[in-house]
Design a binder for this molecule. Structure first.
Ligand code: 3NM
Length: 235
């Protein structure tokens, strides 16, 4: 694990231009951070490297303007090149979130250094085994899911036989017990899922659409944060 001072993944926004109903990504990020979200991951499968660097810069500046650079963790999904290029330009970005098929975490660690945050999504078909046995020395947290099928990422939870596998709250509790590092849970998460999810022992929840596609993203974000605060720790 990294030597970074503190990582709060309790309320974790994943966001990119394909999921904001046409609104600027940075305005969704501002709303979420002002409402108390503690982690932001920029994730886009359509944006170019230049666009991703620009989004990272806008996000970083917005978080700084709100005065939360020391509390809120800013990550980029999958794109080590984008994180490195952003840092080269003086943009404060805390690290990367990758999947098991992306760039290996030890390579990310080598390039990003000990103080960076590196998150990893565990693959569906080997999630339990992997979380139990993985070398977590280079990983700060696991992402697991989905809780429900989701239009945001229709292929998430796809097992080797092509079926979508969702995780019950009992399974999530088990994964959390197996894991040596914090676990953040998402995929189809809505406000009603927060109370049972908070009681699994997970370190946090992640959402895309529950905030970035809401009519009022700031209000939706505040409701999620408040629900988590109310129920987390009651196991
Ligand atoms: N990863 P929404 S589900 C980015 O299960 C992502 O690994 C998932 O979007 C996983 O909150 C997902 O709109 C998208 O359902 C979640």
């Amino acid at each position: 694990m990294s030597m970074r001072k503190k990582l709060d993944i309790s309320a974790y926004l994943v966001v990119g231009p394909e999921n904001t109903k046409g609104r600027p990504v940075v305005s969704i990020i501002k709303d979420a951070v002002e409402a108390g979200f503690t982690c932001v991951q920029i994730r886009s499968k359509v944006a170019s490297a230049r666009e991703l660097i620009q989004l990272t810069q806008q996000a970083s500046e917005a978080i700084a303007q709100i005065g939360k650079s020391d509390e809120v963790t800013l990550l980029v999904n999958d794109r080590l090149d984008v994180v490195l290029a952003a840092r080269k330009q003086g943009i404060k970005v805390d690290g990367i979130h990758v999947g098991q098929s992306d760039i290996p975490v030890d390579v990310c660690r080598e390039y990003l250094g000990q103080d960076s945050v590196i998150g990893l999504s565990a693959r569906t078909h080997e999630m339990f085994e992997y979380i139990k046995t993985a070398d977590v020395s280079q990983i700060d947290y696991f992402g697991v899911g989905p809780v429900h099928e989701t239009m945001t990422k229709p292929d998430c939870g796809l097992d080797l036989d092509g079926k979508v596998v969702t995780r019950s709250f009992d399974e999530i509790s088990e994964l959390v017990r197996f894991s040596k590092i914090p676990v953040v849970v998402g995929g189809g998460v809505k406000l009603a899922d927060i109370p049972p999810l908070a009681q699994t022992g997970a370190a946090g929840f992640f959402v895309v659409s529950a905030v970035s596609e809401a009519d009022n993203p700031k209000q939706a974000a505040a409701e999620l944060v408040n629900a988590w605060k109310q129920y987390a720790g009651i196991i």
